[in-house]
Write a protein that binds this ligand. Structure first.
Ligand code: UD1
Length: 365
């Protein structure tokens, strides 16, 4: 059997790593197509190197653009790649523009599609990712759901017959790499921060990087860094571009803005942080799996289990709610949160979702 994996953005490389490894162990040849959506070395190459992912067989180098232009370029090039490679299955990951382009190209060529991380819904159609998820799920043939909540969402949309609960490949990735991160990462020393003495921040969602939201949000976070706890902020290029436009903002010395970091450094940063502040879906879970409390700078989450399990609070971009959540986490002992979370991590599977994904694909081949 021959599969073709389509990836393009940072979180997809993390999901690809365990899946392509499990495919290789099962004797399946996986052709890797990188759309080039993320192209900076720190957003792409570092993940392939650290996670031991084979170099992509094809790089489509689409680069940045509006949603329509970026997706259109991918669609045309992915179609040609599928026609040339003739895979038995196309595997798509998550909810980016690379996911939806891969889904549409494969569906029109009648190649069966397996969607890893199917069934996630924020129920907020203003998010480009939500549109990508809905389209990808409805044209895919095999929906590989990470959680029961995702299975229920698929059932509600009459997709239950194509759905399989596999567990979450992000848990596979965190379990596999967190010991490696402990040994290899020097990021805490490099940044001069100590265990539990700082918070870690990521921010890049389209809704939060619009000027009228980003300005007040950054000022709130700056004040928290100044008055409550130092913050380490690996800044996404989208956010960096938006911040450069705001000439009136000056970061406090206690808000350490650094370039995007690789997966191992991120695991080390999250694993030792007092808490995380983020609008990323992936980071909410990485924090949860590592027992790190989280403040989510969004109004909704696709990962309800992290909230129900007592490790995550949703506050949106609202300054007062952010400060309250920060105070709450500063009042709780880290070990107490870790104990609270431990039991419910099982709702994300057993850390072997990749093997379940390969078995589900093989069973339908
Ligand atoms: C994308 C995904 C999002 C995912 C995120 C992870 C979509 C709709 N969104 O958002 O789901 O959580 O990746 O990071 O697919 N840029 C660079 N260098 C890069 C990549 C991007 O400078 O290597 C800049 C470009 O100016 C680009 C902007 O970042 O215009 C946004 O990149 P884009 O790929 O459109 O979306 P992300 O915000 O990264």
């Amino acid at each position: 059997m021959r599969t073709l994996s389509i990836v393009g953005a940072r979180p997809q490389f993390i999901k690809l790593a365990p899946v392509t490894r499990a495919l290789a162990s099962a004797g399946v040849q996986d052709v890797i197509v990188h759309t080039g959506q993320h192209y900076d070395a720190g957003m792409s190459d570092v993940f392939f190197d650290e996670l031991g992912i084979p170099q992509p067989d094809l790089n489509l180098s689409v680069g940045s653009g509006s949603h329509g232009a970026q997706t259109a370029r991918m669609l045309e090039l992915i179609e040609a790649a599928i026609e040339e490679q003739k895979p038995d299955w196309v595997i798509i990951y998550g909810d980016t523009n690379s996911t939806v382009a891969g889904a549409l190209a494969a569906a029109k060529l009648h190649v069966p599609i397996a969607h890893v991380e199917a069934g996630l819904r924020s129920f907020n159609r203003a998010m480009p990712e939500e549109i990508n998820r809905i389209v990808a799920d409805h044209v895919s043939d095999l929906l590989l759901a990470p959680t029961e909540t995702a299975m229920q969402n698929l059932g509600t949309e009459n997709l239950a017959a194509r759905s399989v609960l596999t567990g979450d490949v992000m848990l596979d990735a965190v379990r596999y790499n967190s010991a490696v991160a402990e040994q290899r990462s020097t990021i805490l020393d490099d940044l001069g921060v100590d265990d539990r003495s700082y918070a870690v921040l990521t921010l890049h969602r389209a809704s939060n990087t619009e000027a009228e939201t980003l300005g007040p949000l950054m000022r709130t976070l700056n004040t928290i860094a100044e008055e409550q706890i130092p913050i380490v902020f690996p800044m996404h290029p989208r956010t960096a571009a938006a911040m450069r436009a705001d000439e009136t903002f000056t970061a406090s010395e206690r808000l350490q803005i650094v370039e995007p970091v690789g997966f191992l450094d991120m695991l080390a940063l999250v694993g030792h942080a007092r808490f995380a502040l983020t609008d990323s879906g992936g980071l909410q879970k990485e924090a949860y799996f590592l027992g790190c409390p989280c403040v989510t700078l969004r109004e909704e989450t696709e990962w309800l289990e992290t909230v129900n399990g007592g490790g995550n609070v949703l506050v949106g971009p609202d300054p007062e709610r952010i400060v309250t959540a920060v105070n709450d986490w500063l009042d709780v002992d880290a070990a107490t949160v870790r104990d609270r979370i431990r039991d419910s991590v099982a709702s994300f599977g057993d850390g072997h979702a990749a093997e379940a994904i390969v078995a589900a694909i093989q069973a339908r081949s």
